[in-house]
Design a protein around this ligand. Structure first.
Ligand SMILES: Nc1ncnc2c1ncn2[C@@H]1O[C@H](COP(=O)(O)OP(=O)(O)OP(=O)(O)O)[C@@H](O)[C@H]1O
Ligand SMILES: [Mg+2]
Length: 747
C-alpha cells in the first residue's frame, strides 16, 4: 500500500481504519447473527433452515435475491426456495430455476461468482454460489445482489460461514431424518408385521377352533362307531347319530327314516323337534312318494338351501315351510349293495347350506347307520334262514365241494335214521339208495357241474332200517355273493312217500269213478245190450227147436240139424262176445296199453250202442278215414271216451222234435302227427254261461247224470298226450273232438 501524506494521511488513515473496523465489526456481527441461527436450526426441517438462511442473508447482506435448493439422493429437487421482490419473483418463477441457474448448480466449483441479467435493472445481478453439504453435496445456495461490489471478501466470509452453518444443520437433519425415516419405516414394518401376526393369530385361532370342532365331531363319530354296540342297541345308536349330526350342522330339527321292505315304505325311527302335522305326514312314507322316489332314483343327497325357491323336493319343501323351516338337507343311507336303506334329514330355520365338512361328516354318520341296518337285516335273515333249516320237514344238507357231508338238519337226520349226535357218514353218495347211487356219476353229478344245479326224483337210504325213501331232490352250489365263487354243495330233499301214497289213492279213486261212470254208460245202453244178447239167444232157441225138429223126423236130416247147430254155435259165440265186451268194459282191470285203431274202437262202441241210436231215432253217419295209423292206448279207456261222447250226443238230441236227429262221427289224420275223432250232434247245445264248465268234474245238467263222463274223458285223453275240446256247431248242437298222438314205432 502506498503511504498517504502524514497529517492528512493520518486523518484519512484514521478514518480509513475506522471504516475498516466498522466493516469488520459489521462482518463480525453478521457472522454472529449467522452463528446464532444454529440454535434455531436444531431439530428444524430443511425447508425451515433454508428459509431462515435466505431471509437472514438477504437482510444482513442486502441481497436482491436468494435461491436455495436441496437435492435428494436421486438428484431431483427436494426443497427449493426463492427469495426476491415481487417483480423478480414472478420473472424467475416463470423461467425454470434449474435452467436459469444451471451453470452454478451443476458446477463443481464452490464458491463461485458470476453475473446474471436482471429483469429490473439493466446493470445485471452479481452472483455468489456456494454448494451446501459437509461430506457430500446436499444442494446449492445462490445469493445475488445489484451492487457492483458484491460480493465483497467479507460478504463471502459471511456467506461461507452461513452456508457451513446451514450445511451442518442440514447434515444433522439429513442424518436425523434418515434415522427418523428408518425408525418410521421400522415402526411401520413392525406394526405391519404385528398386524399380520394378529391376523394370522386370529386365523389360527379360527382354524384351531374349527379343528377342535371337527376333531370333536370326528371323536363323537369314532366313539359311536367303536362303542361295542349290540344290534339291539340300534335305536339308541340312531338317536345318538341324529343328535350328533344336528349339533354338527346346528340344525333346528331332524329325522331318520328307514326303509322297511315288508311294509314297502319308509318308517321314521328317530326325530327331533318336528311338529305333529309333520310327523303325521312323514311317520310312514309309502313307495311311490315323489320325494322318496327322487332319492331312490338318484341315490344322492338333496339340499334345499331356500325352501321358498324353486320347488324340486315336493312335498317336503312345502311341508317344511309350513312347519317353519327354511332349508333342509336329506342324505340317503346307501347300503353296500347300492340299495337305499333310508334317509337322514335335517331342517334349518334360515336360508342355509351345511358346510362341506358337515356334509362329509354327515355321510360318515349315514354310512355308520347303514352298516348297522344292513348288519341287522343280514342277522335277521340269517336267523330266519337258520330257523327254517332247523325246523324244515325237508332233508337239508351241506357238503364240501369234494362230496364230504358237513351238515344235516334234524329232519334229514331222522329221515336217514341218524340220531341227534351221531356222526355224519362222510361220502354223500352213501345217503342214496343203491339204484340212485349209480346215477350220481353218470347223470346227476355231470348235470350239477354243467348247470350248477340238478333236480329230480331219487331215493335216500335209511342207515338203520335200510328202508328206501323216495324223495324229490334239489342239488345246487352255495356261492359267495357277488363273486359267484363256489363254496359248498347243498341239497334239499322232500320226502314224497306221502305224495306217492296220495297219488296212488287218487288214482284208485279215479279208476273207481271211471268204472262207476262206465256202469252208468252200460245202464244207458242196457236196452242195446239186452237186444244184442236177446237176438242171438232167440236165434239159438229157434235154431235149437229147428235142430230138434230135423232130428225127430222119421229120417232125421242130419245135414240140416248140423247147419242149425252151427248157427247155434255162431249165435252163442256172438252172445258170448257181447257179454265178454260188456264185462271187459265194466270190470276193474289193470290198464294195459296196446296199439289200437280208433276206427275199430269207434265201430265197437257203435256196435254196443246201435240199438240205442235206433230207439232214439238217431240217424248215424260216419266218415272214418281209411288207413289211419294206430294209437297207443288202453282199449277200455279209449272205448270209454268214445262211448261218453256218443251217449252225451244221443242225450243232447232227446229234446229235438222238429228236425232229424243226426249223429256224425269222423276220424281224420291231422298234419301234426295226431289223429282226431269228432262226435257231432244237432241237439240243443249248451248255454254260453255253462260252456266253460263242460269238463268240470261233477258238472251235470241231467237229473240222473254224475257229471263224470267228460272229466274222465279229458283225463284219459290228456294222459295219452292228446287234447279234448267242445265247439259249437254253426246251426245246432255241439261237436266234441279229441286228438291222440300217432303211436311211434317204439311204442
Ligand atoms: N253233446 C252235448 N250237447 C250238449 N251238452 C252236452 C253235451 N255233452 C255234454 N254236455 C253237457 O255237459 C255236461 C257234462 O257231461 P258229462 O258227460 O261230463 O256228464 P253227464 O253226461 O251229465 O253225466 P255222466 O257222468 O253220466 O256222463 C252234461 O250234463 C251236459 O250238460
Ligand atoms: Mg255224459
Amino acid at each position: 500500500m502506498k503511504a498517504a501524506p502524514v497529517q492528512a494521511s493520518a486523518d484519512s488513515s484514521r478514518s480509513a481504519l475506522g471504516s475498516e473496523r466498522d466493516g469488520i465489526d459489521q462482518t463480525v456481527s453478521q457472522i454472529d447473527e449467522v452463528l446464532n441461527l444454529a440454535q434455531e436450526w436444531r431439530q428444524a426441517a430443511p425447508e425451515q433452515i433454508l428459509n431462515t438462511l435466505s431471509e437472514t442473508l438477504a437482510r444482513i447482506l442486502r441481497l436482491t435475491l436468494v435461491y436455495a435448493v436441496i437435492d435428494d439422493a436421486g438428484g431431483a429437487r427436494e426443497v427449493e426456495l426463492f427469495h426476491a421482490d415481487a417483480i423478480r419473483d414472478s420473472f424467475f418463477r416463470a423461467h425454470r430455476f434449474a435452467d436459469l441457474f444451471a451453470p452454478w448448480l451443476d458446477s463443481s466449483i464452490s464458491p463461485a461468482t458470476g453475473s446474471f441479467p436482471d429483469p429490473v435493472d439493466a446493470s445485471g445481478l452479481r452472483i455468489a454460489a456456494i454448494h451446501l453439504g459437509m461430506n457430500r453435496r446436499l444442494g446449492t445456495l445462490i445469493a445475488a445482489s445489484q451492487r457492483i461490489d458484491y460480493p465483497t471478501a467479507k460478504e463471502m466470509v459471511v456467506l461461507r460461514v452461513a452456508v457451513n452453518q446451514a450445511s451442518a444443520a442440514l447434515a444433522e437433519q439429513v442424518h436425523f431424518g434418515e434415522r427418523r425415516h428408518a425408525a418410521a419405516e421400522f415402526e411401520a414394518r413392525m406394526s405391519n408385521r404385528a398386524a399380520q401376526l394378529i391376523r394370522a393369530n386370529r386365523e389360527l385361532k379360527g382354524v384351531r377352533d374349527e379343528l377342535t370342532a371337527e376333531l370333536g365331531a370326528m371323536e363323537d363319530l369314532h366313539e359311536l362307531s367303536t362303542r361295542q354296540r349290540r344290534l339291539s342297541d340300534m335305536p339308541s345308536a340312531i338317536n345318538d347319530a341324529l343328535d350328533s349330526v344336528m349339533e354338527l350342522q346346528s340344525a333346528s330339527a331332524g329325522a331318520v327314516q328307514l326303509y322297511e321292505p315288508n311294509l314297502k315304505g319308509l318308517l321314521m325311527v328317530a326325530y327331533r323337534s318336528l311338529s305333529p302335522e309333520f310327523l303325521s305326514r312323514f311317520t310312514f312314507v309309502r313307495d311311490g312318494d315323489p320325494a322318496w322316489g327322487r332319492i331312490l332314483g338318484t341315490r344322492s343327497r338333496v339340499i334345499v338351501e331356500d325352501a321358498n325357491g324353486p320347488e324340486n323336493f315336493a312335498p317336503y319343501q312345502q311341508i317344511a315351510i309350513a312347519a317353519g323351516f327354511r332349508s333342509l338337507q336329506a342324505t340317503p343311507l346307501v347300503g353296500h349293495r347300492g340299495n337305499v336303506a333310508g334317509v337322514f334329514s335335517t331342517y334349518f330355520r334360515e336360508v342355509h347350506r351345511p358346510s362341506d365338512f358337515e356334509l362329509c361328516m354327515t355321510d360318515l354318520y349315514c354310512r355308520y347307520i347303514t352298516e348297522m341296518v344292513d348288519r341287522k337285516r343280514a342277522e335277521e335273515e340269517r336267523s330266519k334262514l337258520a330257523s327254517i333249516v332247523e325246523n324244515s320237514a325237508d332233508f337239508i344238507g351241506i357238503a364240501s365241494l369234494d362230496g364230504r357231508a358237513l351238515f344235516l338238519n334234524p329232519a334229514g337226520r331222522s329221515m336217514v335214521g341218524l340220531g341227534k349226535g351221531a356222526p355224519l357218514p362222510e361220502g354223500i353218495v352213501s345217503y342214496l339208495s343203491a339204484k340212485d347211487a349209480e346215477r350220481v356219476s353218470s347223470e346227476i353229478w355231470p348235470a350239477v357241474e354243467r348247470c350248477g344245479y340238478w333236480a329230480g326224483e331219487t331215493s335216500l337210504r335209511n342207515f338203520q332200517t335200510g328202508d328206501v325213501i323216495p324223495v324229490l331232490q334239489h342239488i345246487f352250489f352255495l356261492t359267495e355273493s357277488p363273486s359267484g365263487v363256489r363254496l359248498a354243495l347243498a341239497t334239499v330233499c322232500r320226502d314224497i312217500r306221502e305224495r306217492r301214497h296220495a297219488e296212488r289213492e287218487a288214482d284208485e279213486i279215479r279208476q273207481e269213478l271211471s268204472r262207476a261212470s262206465r256202469f252208468m254208460s252200460l245202464g244207458e245202453i242196457s236196452t242195446s245190450i239186452a237186444h244184442e244178447i236177446n237176438q242171438p239167444l232167440a236165434a239159438i232157441a229157434a235154431n235149437g227147436a229147428a235142430c230138434m225138429r230135423w232130428l225127430h223126423r222119421e229120417v232125421p236130416d242130419i245135414g240140416e240139424a248140423r247147419a242149425s247147430l252151427e248157427r247155434i254155435i255162431r249165435d252163442a259165440n256172438r252172445a258170448g262176445d257181447v257179454i265178454q265186451r260188456v264185462r271187459a268194459f265194466a270190470t276193474k282191470g289193470a290198464l294195459t296199453r296196446s296199439l289200437l285203431s280208433v276206427n275199430e274202437i269207434t265201430s265197437e262202441v257203435l256196435f254196443l250202442t246201435h240199438n240205442e241210436l235206433e230207439r232214439e231215432s238217431v240217424t248215424l253217419r260216419t266218415q272214418l278215414a281209411d288207413n289211419l295209423p294206430v294209437v297207443a292206448a288202453d282199449r277200455v279207456e279209449l272205448q270209454q271216451v268214445v262211448m261218453n261222447l256218443v251217449i252225451n250226443a244221443i242225450e243232447s238230441m232227446r229234446a229235438v222234435v222238429d228236425r232229424q236227429r243226426v249223429l256224425l262221427i269222423k276220424s281224420t289224420r291231422e298234419p301234426s302227427s295226431m289223429i282226431e275223432v269228432s262226435v257231432c250232434d244237432n241237439g240243443n247245445g249248451i248255454p254260453a254261461e255253462q260252456r266253460g264248465r263242460l269238463f268240470e268234474t261233477f258238472f251235470t245238467t241231467k237229473p240222473q247224470g254224475l257229471g263224470l263222463g267228460l272229466s274222465i274223458s279229458r283225463r284219459i285223453v290228456e294222459a295219452l298226450g292228446g287234447r279234448i275240446a267242445a265247439t259249437e256247431n254253426p246251426d245246432h248242437g255241439l261237436t266234441l273232438s279229441f286228438t291222440l298222438p300217432i303211436a311211434s314205432p317204439a311204442s
